[in-house]
Design a protein around this ligand. Sequence first.
Ligand SMILES: Nc1nc2c(ncn2[C@@H]2O[C@H](COP(=O)(O)OP(=O)(O)OP(=O)(O)O)[C@@H](O)[C@H]2O)c(=O)[nH]1
Ligand SMILES: [Mg+2]
Length: 441
Amino acid sequence: MRDTIFALSSGAPPAGVAVIRISGPKVRFGLETIVGFVPAPRTAKLATLRDGSGLLLDHGLVFYFPAPASFTGEDVAELQIHGGRASIAAVIDCLSRLPGYRLAEPGEYTKRAFENGRMDLTAVEGLSDLIRAETEAQRRQALGQADGALRALYEDWARRISHARAMIEAELDFSDEEDIPGSVSDKIWPTMEELASEVASHLAGAKAGEIVRDGFRIALIGSPNVGKSSLLNTLTQRDVAIVSDVAGTTRDVVEVRLDIAGQLVLLQDTAGIRDSDEVIEQEGIRRSKAAADSADLVLELRDARLLENNKEIESLTDRTTLAVWTKADLVSVSEPATPDGAILVSSVTGSGIESLLACIAQKIKECQVGADEILPTRTRHQQYLSVCHRELVTAIETITAPTELRTEYLRNAANSLGRITGNVDVEDLLGVIFSEFCVGK
Ligand SMILES: Nc1nc2c(ncn2[C@@H]2O[C@H](COP(=O)(O)OP(=O)(O)OP(=O)(O)O)[C@@H](O)[C@H]2O)c(=O)[nH]1
Ligand SMILES: [Mg+2]
């Protein structure tokens, strides 16, 4: 018999209320022992909790969710008790003494839910993302995925492929009989072409999905002393990076997390780029360049006083670079006499910061243009989707290959989708996916 598992499922104590969740075959026995009865399914019941010797532990609300209509698919109970450390410890201690009971491992409830078919792997990942979501965009994306949006899409695709295989195989079986014309394939292959292009356009949204989940990377790049660290501090409204008038203050890449218009942004301050003989500074500059290369957007900072010299300055603004003129308070020009889209800011007065934020929000939006609501969010999804697409295209294009071989490609394509949802052997993936969870989920 499986262990009955229990854990604190609510946040760190002390808190007003703590929720202890119990799941497994001995839930009813545990309830009878601790509260003296099993409440009606899914109904809150006020109860007095006592340990085996009758000692009062706490008063609280008790819920019972019989299998299979519970989070894990097993019998589940939830105890809502006072959220003090000692109250929680007393109840946990009492549960740990019950035969067949043990503390749950991180993610174990969700793992049981997956094993009992209550969730597929994409929903598991969505739930893990939802628990970690910091921004509105992350929350929306994770909730959609936890609710089964990706599962519905991939299972529908897998069904269409299976249907195509079945039709083709049926045609093979009857190919000896003369009155079955070879028209099945004529209908099936175009539908597989349609599917391949749906997979391709879904895959094209992977970058957008990843940006929502993992954050939009912005690197602050420019000469020493141009005001990169000052701008980082102004944007985060915190004193994160050291600011000084010594050129070459920043050496390491300093990264902060920001919420801009509901999107997670990873903002990186870097070492000022110049020719330097100094080993540590050279390493800092190497890191600056690497940060610029991997960024979704580079803010290229320049001192606005250069504008006053009326020097011809080459535009750097393109899709991934935004020119930002700093120290606006030190110059008399109000609008930069520079290419469109350049922005003039001051970290001292705060002028131009609002337009800079609006510009960044616009850049993030541009990365997501044309992206569907439902996006792949992880490299894992992308890998299997690419395999699925490749196998579909191979099946479609190898017209001269034997039909058996072409249906085999289709089978590979469907299996690859099955690996995303967890319908096809994924034993090797489970450890990685469930290790993301905290205890109690
Ligand atoms: N007046 C004015 N001074 C600024 C502004 N931004 C930065 N400074 C000053 O410029 C100097 C350099 O600022 P930092 O933010 O350290 O510049 P940095 O680009 O990070 O420099 P490195 O780390 O050396 O590459 C400091 O003395 C700041 O006080 C601004 O908007 N207006
Ligand atoms: Mg700096």
